[in-house]
Write a protein that binds this ligand. Structure first.
Ligand SMILES: NC(=O)c1ccc[n+]([C@@H]2O[C@H](COP(=O)([O-])OP(=O)(O)OC[C@H]3O[C@@H](n4cnc5c(N)ncnc54)[C@H](OP(=O)(O)O)[C@@H]3O)[C@@H](O)[C@H]2O)c1
Length: 243
């Protein structure tokens, strides 16, 4: 049942992470977690056809909400776009637009892991700052630069090898290929493991994929806590402490 009339419950559009509480389907055990396109709601009934089980060896210290983002469909889209469509190679320069979104942030970070130069464009200065925090080499606000052409030239005077077009506007390139993430559905289990490994690298060593921006918490005008990373339990505990 939907839990708030102001949030979308359109099952065709919204992925949600659910815990199985009753099951007559041996493929889905009570207590397991699944991703469903049933829309944002507290409870749902399913015959199992629209459910994707979350990988069985999900790292316990990684928030399950990432199954909807970095370790889910957006992360897979980034990975396949880079490896299967663009064939991005070390030392190449990549441009990605909508760079601060769910797909774009992972695109840029995977490209960095692969030893590339990454330029991102986004629609606000805060997003640009976030991209720099994530390790993008260059980022600009496409809404405020005086000339898009100049901004692109300034960010990469050497030119671009690949463009991850993330908005679906038409663009002029020599070769253009669109894709849907499920073209490589057979690779999903292995790919999710790779995304999880990159995420864990970041959690333990500060390289790999960062999945969350850094949050600064203020009390009486003073910053008392900085949080970044995937471990929401740390965040919860710290917030309890500060209350
Ligand atoms: N092919 C596939 O299988 C596949 C899979 C997943 C997603 N996608 C597509 O990949 C794209 C990025 O997905 P995402 O999940 O990363 O998106 P998202 O996190 O929801 O990011 C949305 C961002 O798009 C930018 N944007 C640019 N033009 C816009 C417009 N006219 N209206 C609204 N937003 C606009 C805005 O950022 P700025 O402020 O920076 O402009 C907005 O914040 C989407 O087009 C999505 O449909 C494709």
């Amino acid at each position: 049942m939907p839990n708030n009339k102001n949030i979308p419950t359109d099952g065709q559009k919204l992925n949600i992470n659910l815990r199985v509480i009753q099951s007559k389907n041996p493929a889905f055990h009570v207590g397991s977690h699944v991703v469903s396109r049933c829309g944002w709601r507290t409870h749902a009934v399913s015959d199992g056809k629209d459910l994707t089980p979350i990988m069985s060896d999900w790292a316990p210290d990684v928030s399950l909400s990432l199954a909807l983002g970095t370790i889910g469909m957006p992360g897979l889209t980034a990975l396949y776009g880079i490896e299967e469509v663009l064939g991005l190679q070390k030392n190449e320069t990549l441009l990605v637009n909508t760079a601060a979104g769910a797909v774009g942030t992972v695109v840029g970070q995977i490209a960095k892991i692969k030893g590339c130069k990454v330029v991102g464009s986004a629609g606000s200065d805060a997003k640009v700052a976030y991209l720099k925090e994530l390790g993008f080499d260059e980022a600009f606000n496409y809404k405020t630069v005086p000339s898009l052409e100049e901004a692109l030239k300034k960010a990469a005077p050497e030119g671009y090898d690949c463009f991850f077009e993330n908005v679906s506007e038409a663009c002029t390139v020599l070769r253009m290929e669109g894709f849907m993430v499920n073209r490589w559905e057979h690779k999903h289990p292995e790919s999710l493991k790779r995304l999880m490994a990159w995420l864990k690298e970041d959690v333990s060593s500060n390289c790999g994929i960062k999945c969350m921006p850094t949050f600064h918490f203020y009390k009486n005008g003073k910053m008392v806590f900085e949080f970044s990373g995937a471990n929401l339990e740390t965040l919860e505990n710290k917030l309890k402490e500060l209350r």
